[in-house]
Write a protein that binds this ligand. Structure first.
Ligand code: ST9
Ligand code: FAD
Length: 647
């Protein structure tokens, strides 16, 4: 590949951009200094020859991939320790390095220490007493032990009240006795459980004095700390009394049980991870859309006008309609994720002082935002992959693996439908409160105002779209509430009525979440615009408008059903969408440049900064061991005899 050449199309695109991408980078990082720190950190890891890929891991076996990932995770850990020793990193950096997009680029095939940092340590911090934190946290941070979070069993993932593993307190020895007595009670799925972790937080049904007190977390040693040989299996495993995490519910030494202020505090780690997933989903989406946008600026195909040369595929409006909403969705999820993170931190500190009032609202928002961000990011990444035609299908494009990782988010940490139904529970109560004239929490305040008016006259503005989406959400909430109550009035019991109405309940939850995202995104942009250049402010506003218009147009049926919108208004919306695509077109490459994702993190020949797509694709396929020899052995072994036998 010619060194230092920049693709001519990308050069032109960069000249066309109306704002300076660096300004966007600084905005997203939180300032120039933060950008510099991030870049230095990325360089520190990515320039390490032991961490940079010489050959793609696609060509390794499953076992080799695992070993390769463990090796890299250990190198990363040592490097973070080096940074800490130099005072250049705090504890937070484990999360930034191992959990963010840098970590997922280095540990492309999975992070064997991921659960240790994202669930084991947070559970001890959130569920352990001060003494238990003192005992376990520093060991865990220093990687003297490696933990995981073992909740899901072969038979139960969603319905955690149905877990079968038991922990029975024996006051005679002051120990808990753990048992997984059936095939379906086997712990199944926990990340790192197979070969990496030597400890786990095990979630089990607590029994004391003959009474079941529901699920609680216990620290259990899985493997010998020296030999790493597995401890005897889950039959009558004895652990000391203080291995039950007792910040919330407790068992006293005599076996009496002290209830937690809320049994749902045991579910705290799940809320934390759901909150983190929103940001994680956004980051994966921005990587995919960077790849697809740069590729679409470099790729020429077909004709718009027969007389003109083949255009960049980014000039097809249908291509813009595939990609630009993904750019906008990144920002929408980024700002909603930041909002949720703030709420999570505020509510967590309220919980510390015994205030539980805002926990239900946090739970309702974390559930629907996790579900919608995982689903939208997955769909967005798949759209980006398809938008790259055949080359998007190649594993070296990084798009299939990115989609695979994000689609798992739909299932883990609470399956999406199940989480949307949790939010629906909250919304049904909120609607009832609204009917009864009771106060409403901030995120459902709109139900009151929407109830009073059916619609407002169309005007070309995001606030009109927000109001329309709130009207749709309130309409769907009202419909589900009414249908469920009709069934109950007809004699259906409330549980069956819930199940029979659940399609509408899920739809109501999604609509509520979308309205929340558009409003949060709009408010964030309104706050940012006065502090950035006029050009960047305009670009950010256009993206926000695109997200709003596109989301509303995807719900035309609902809009017609729940508002007094006219077909003329819909045509105006469609025109607005097309205007926005045209306005964003010159800035598309500048926007993804502003994401400032290092080429080693992009890890795709289609999306590198220099745009040398074809040269990089060629270089990539030549790494395949299959291409090392002109004739593969299978020809002589199988094909040749077959060909002969046919002659
Ligand atoms: C340092 C480096 C780090 C790196 C950093 C980051 C980067 C990477 C990030 C991503 C990587 C993450 C990898 C994670 C891998 C996956 C791990 C897992 O899946 S682990 C496994 C994950 N597994 C799952 O997620 C399992 C999903 N299942 C569940 O969570 C539960 O079974 C349930 C919530 C669905 C129902 O629970 P159930 O007990 O049957 O409850 P009912 O329905 O009967 O409702 C009763 C009442 O309770 C209320 N309430 C409920 N929850 C909460 C809450 N949290 N709070 C408050 N309230 C709550 C509810 O609203 C209702 O209130 P009301 O109406 O009565 O007033
Ligand atoms: C990559 C990955 C990593 C994971 N890591 C961990 C880990 O580290 N630790 C851990 O403990 N677990 C882990 N899990 C498990 C994960 O949390 C569960 O798979 C998840 O919670 C879903 O539960 P399930 O598999 O039982 O799905 P199920 O609940 O069996 O879902 C199957 C279907 O049933 C539907 N369904 C179930 N209940 C209801 C309901 N009440 N109403 C309507 N529909 C319903 C769902 O919507 C879905 O369509 C991981 C899973 C994956 C995929």
């Amino acid at each position: 590949m010619p060194a230092n050449t920049m693709n001519e199309d990308l050069k032109r695109e960069r000249q066309r951009c109306s704002f300076d991408p660096k300004e966007l980078t600084y905005l997203l990082d939180g300032g120039e200094e933060k950008t510099e720190e991030r870049r230095q950190r990325e360089k520190f890891f990515l320039d390490d020859p032991e961490l940079s890929e010489t050959a793609p891991s696609d060509y390794l076996s499953h076992k080799e991939k695992y070993e390769h990932a463990v090796k890299k995770a250990c190198i990363v850990f040592k490097k973070v320790q080096q940074l800490q020793a130099q005072g250049k990193a705090g504890m937070q950096n484990f999360r930034e390095v191992l959990g963010g997009q840098l970590g997922s680029a280095i540990l492309r095939d999975g992070n064997p220490l991921g659960l240790h940092y994202v669930m084991f340590i947070p559970t001890i911090m959130g569920q352990g007493t001060i003494e238990q934190q003192a005992e376990w946290i520093s060991k865990a941070w220093n990687l003297e032990i490696i933990g995981t979070y073992a909740q899901t069993e072969l038979g139960h993932g969603t319905f955690i009240r149905g877990l079968e593993t038991t922990a029975t307190y024996d006051p005679a020895t002051e120990e808990f006795v753990l048992n997984s007595p059936t095939l379906t009670s086997y712990k199944w799925w926990p990340g790192g459980l197979g070969h990496t972790a030597n400890y786990a937080v095990v979630v089990a049904q607590l029994y004391s004095q003959g009474i079941c007190h529901g699920i609680h977390p216990f620290i259990v040693q899985l493997r010998d700390e020296e030999t790493h040989l597995p401890m005897p299996g889950f039959e009558n495993v004895r652990i000391p009394w203080n291995y039950m995490l007792m910040k919330n519910g407790k068992v006293l030494k005599d076996g009496s049980y002290v209830k937690s202020p809320s049994s749902k505090l045991t579910y705290g780690t799940m809320i934390f991870v759901r909150v983190v997933i929103v940001q994680d989903a956004a980051n994966y989406l921005r990587k995919a859309v960077t790849i697809a946008t740069r590729y679409s600026a470099v790729r020429h195909q077909s004709h718009i006008k027969e007389s003109a040369p083949e255009p960049q595929i980014l000039d097809f409006v249908t291509q813009q309609h595939k990609l630009f909403p993904q750019l906008a969705t990144y920002f929408a999820l980024h700002y909603s994720g930041a909002w949720l993170w703030d709420m999570y931190n505020n509510v967590t500190s309220e919980l510390e002082s015994g205030e539980l009032d805002r926990l239900p609202e946090l739970h309702a928002l974390a559930c629907c935002l996790k579900a919608v961000s995982a689903a939208d990011a997955a769909q967005g990444i798949e759209t980006c992959r398809l938008a790259c035609g055949g080359h998007g299908y190649m594993s070296c494009s990084s798009l299939p693996i990115t989609y695979g990782l994000v689609t798992a988010m739909v299932t883990y940490e609470g399956e999406n439908t199940v989480l949307l139904l949790q939010t629906a529970r909250y919304l049904m109560k909120a609607w009832q409160n609204c009917l009864d004239g009771q106060p409403l929490t901030p995120s459902v305040q709109y139900l009151n105002s929407v109830r009073r008016s059916f619609g407002g006259v169309y005007h070309k503005s995001v606030p009109w779209i927000i109001a329309s989406m709130q009207r749709i959400a309130a309409g769907k909430i009202e419909t589900a509430h009414r249908h469920m109550n009709d069934k109950i009035k007809r004699g259906v019991n409330s549980e069956d009525a819930w199940n029979e109405t659940s399609i509408e309940l899920v739809a109501a939850s999604e609509a509520h979440c979308k309205a929340f995202i558009v409003e949060t995104y709009y408010n964030s942009v309104q706050q940012i615009v006065p502090s950035v250049s006029q050009q960047l402010g305009k670009a950010l506003t256009e993206l926000c408008e695109l997200y709003a218009v596109n989301t509303l147009l995807k719900n035309i049926g609902d809009l017609l059903r729940y508002s007094n919108v006219t077909t003329g208004d819909l045509e105006n919306l469609q025109r607005w969408l097309e205007e926005l695509l045209a306005a964003i077109r010159p800035n598309a490459v500048g926007i993804v440049d502003g994401f400032d994702i290092n080429d080693a993190i992009i890890a795709s020949p289609l999306g590198a900064y220099d745009g040398n797509v074809y040269e990089r694709l060629f270089a990539e396929v030549s790494k395949s061991p299959l291409n090392a020899k002109p004739v593969n052995e299978s020809f002589h072994k199988y094909l040749k005899p077959l060909l002969k036998s046919k002659m």
